[in-house]
Design a protein around this ligand. Structure first.
Ligand code: ADP
Ligand code: MN
Ligand code: MN
Ligand code: MN
Ligand code: MN
Length: 342
């Protein structure tokens, strides 16, 4: 007996890494992460190595049922190592693992809202050839064939994420036609990031069968059309507890505004951040840090319910759709948990 294992990894494409995958036939039946073999690939084809020393190592870090193939088959998310088993320069997971361990006692968790846009024949799904649809207004959480484009793909993707056992928590149609969102979490830093990468892979793979491409381009249509972000909702144990939760949230919001922190974060929040964070379309300008209750024009929003309850979480609205979840979670844990430790 054999099963198919789809080994998935993050490549070295700049400025935004791409997902790659290939299939390994393994004898027996799947018996958990620790029994999945290490594998390798040609790094010279993925911007991860030179041709003369091209071998890179794939080390399994997360596995789940493969909802596309079904049966015993599995998906295997890997981190990329050098042949001496040290983290490859493109491996952003290793640094998160260290920071997550350092602050594990604060029990940080994340819910990430992944926005994305479907494309077909070079334009967003729902855009007429060579033209534009009616202006934004009715599409967000809309219903009906004049407002909704690609729901069959979105439903298939949701079903695939659930079958895979990912911690997906919702979906919605977005402000621009052909633009959608799914949320993963709340989960611990490594879990949310691993599962978001697998959910992204499943998005591309599901849409492929419909002849449609999904993109995480943060500003897929220039002009008066919303960009695509990855709002990152964050809390620690202290923030979730009353009394004191609200004070902890304010401490974290203030820490994000100190010294060079706003720029340190924003420049690592996905390529093309200044195209999206213009101050229009429910964004704050990329170079001006702010936070506020219910404020969708602030860098960081505290939901109204959180203020009312005096505890809960905060939402960093700055990350682009194409952000690396290993990076945004590392920066938030590092900045906020360091401040909360004091
Ligand atoms: P929005 O109103 O900004 O569109 P969403 O409902 O799309 O919000 O996403 C909110 C995300 O925040 C969800 O993924 C949810 O699971 C997550 N979340 C809820 N509570 C917490 C918490 N205490 N800590 C971190 N994330 C949380
Ligand atoms: Mn080959
Ligand atoms: Mn949302
Ligand atoms: Mn959204
Ligand atoms: Mn949001």
């Amino acid at each position: 007996m054999t099963f198919k294992a789809e080994y998935i990894w993050i490549d070295g494409t700049a400025p935004t890494a791409k997902l790659r995958s290939k299939t390994k036939i393994i004898a027996g039946s799947p018996a958990g992460l620790d029994t999945l073999p290490i594998w390798g690939f040609d790094g010279s084809s993925t911007n991860q190595a030179e041709g003369h020393a091209s071998d890179c190592v794939l080390k399994p870090v997360f596995t789940c049922p493969d909802p596309v193939r079904g049966g015993d088959d599995v998906l295997v998310l890997c981190e990329v190592l050098n042949t001496d088993m040290s983290p490859h320069p493109s491996n952003t997971r290793a640094a998160l693992a260290e920071v997550a361990e350092q602050f594990a006692a604060q029990e940080p968790i994340f819910g990430i809202e992944q926005e994305y846009t479907f494309f077909k024949d070079g334009h967003p799904l729902g855009f007429p050839k060579g033209g534009f649809p009616a202006p934004q207004g009715g599409y967000y959480c809309g219903v009906g064939s004049d407002e909704i484009f690609g729901r069959d793909i979105v439903e298939a993707h949701l079903e695939n994420c659930l079958k895979a056992g990912l911690g997906i928590s919702g979906i919605n149609a977005e402000v621009m036609p052909g633009q959608w969102e799914f949320q993963v979490g709340p989960l611990a830093p490594l879990d949310v990031a691993d599962q978001l990468w697998v959910a992204r892979w499943l998005l591309y793979r599901t849409a492929e069968d419909f002849g449609v491409a999904a993109t995480l381009d943060p500003k897929p249509v220039k002009g008066d059309w919303n960009g695509a972000g990855a709002h990152t909702n964050f809390s620690t144990k202290a923030m979730r507890e009353s009394p004191g939760g609200y004070d902890a949230i304010i401490t974290a919001c203030e820490a994000l505004g100190e010294g060079s922190k706003p720029l340190d974060h924003v420049k690592n929040y996905g390529s093309g951040i200044d195209d999206r964070l213009t101050g229009l379309h429910e964004t704050a300008p990329w170079d001006k840090y702010s936070y506020g209750v219910s404020d969708r024009g602030a860098s960081v929003r505290i939901p109204w319910q959180v203020e009312k309850d005096g505890k809960g979480y905060m939402e960093d609205r700055r990350p682009n759709a194409n952000v690396d979840p290993y990076v945004v979670t590392r920066l938030l844990v590092d900045t906020c948990c360091t401040a909360l430790e004091k």
